[in-house]
Design a protein around this ligand. Structure first.
Ligand code: URA
Length: 184
């Protein structure tokens, strides 16, 4: 599947019920040759309205962390587990994740990132291991097949609980160091 096919398929997707309430399908933003791919859970209100991932309050905080850690947007692509907004920002359901996951797989195949960084428990539980213990295991870099993986707190969790800020900064620095090593 190439990018145009992916965009066309996602644009007309009715594989789960989320199409009924969406305004826009939210595929991704950033560099299509990025070494680091961030994956969140699903679009919120602003993302649904604009068609861009992580543009609301949590997304703005994510961008601040990237900038503060010296991670260039040229090195980053940002996507989600599900491409349509779950009503009232509830977590995506298992059947919705399953219906959507092939689109994310296609994105990973096209981008071929070196590192996949899961933002929050929902993404980490889908991509790394079930019921991922994010509080205990955030910031731990693991190797999985062709790429490395790491889970970070979701930026919305940092907004709710500022005591997680330092951990978030530390984990972002790990990603920055990973990028630095790639460029050595
Ligand atoms: N939260 C997410 O998980 N993804 C977005 O795109 C926005 C908020």
């Amino acid at each position: 599947m190439d990018w145009t096919e992916l965009e066309n398929e996602c644009g007309g997707c009715r594989k789960c019920r989320l199409w009924e309430t969406r305004h826009n399908v939210v595929i991704g933003r950033g560099s299509r040759t990025a070494p680091v791919m961030f994956v969140g859970e699903g679009p919120g209100e602003q993302e649904d309205l604009t068609g861009q991932p992580f543009v609301g309050a949590a997304g703005q905080l994510l961008d601040k962390y990237l900038a503060a850690s010296g991670i260039s947007m040229d090195d980053v692509y940002i996507a989600n587990i599900v491409k349509c907004r779950p009503p009232e920002n509830r977590n995506p359901r298992e059947d919705e994740e399953e219906a959507c996951i092939d689109y994310l797989r296609a994105q990973v195949k096209l981008i071929r990132p070196k590192l996949i960084a899961c933002l929050g428990k929902v993404a980490a539980s889908k991509l790394m291991k079930p019921d991922y213990p994010i509080v205990r295991e955030h910031g731990i870099l693991i190797k999985k097949g062709a790429f490395s993986m790491i889970a970070l707190f979701h930026p919305a969790a940092i907004l709710r609980d500022p005591s997680k800020k330092e951990d978030m900064y530390y984990d972002m620095k790990k990603i920055r160091e990973f990028l630095d090593d790639l460029k050595k």
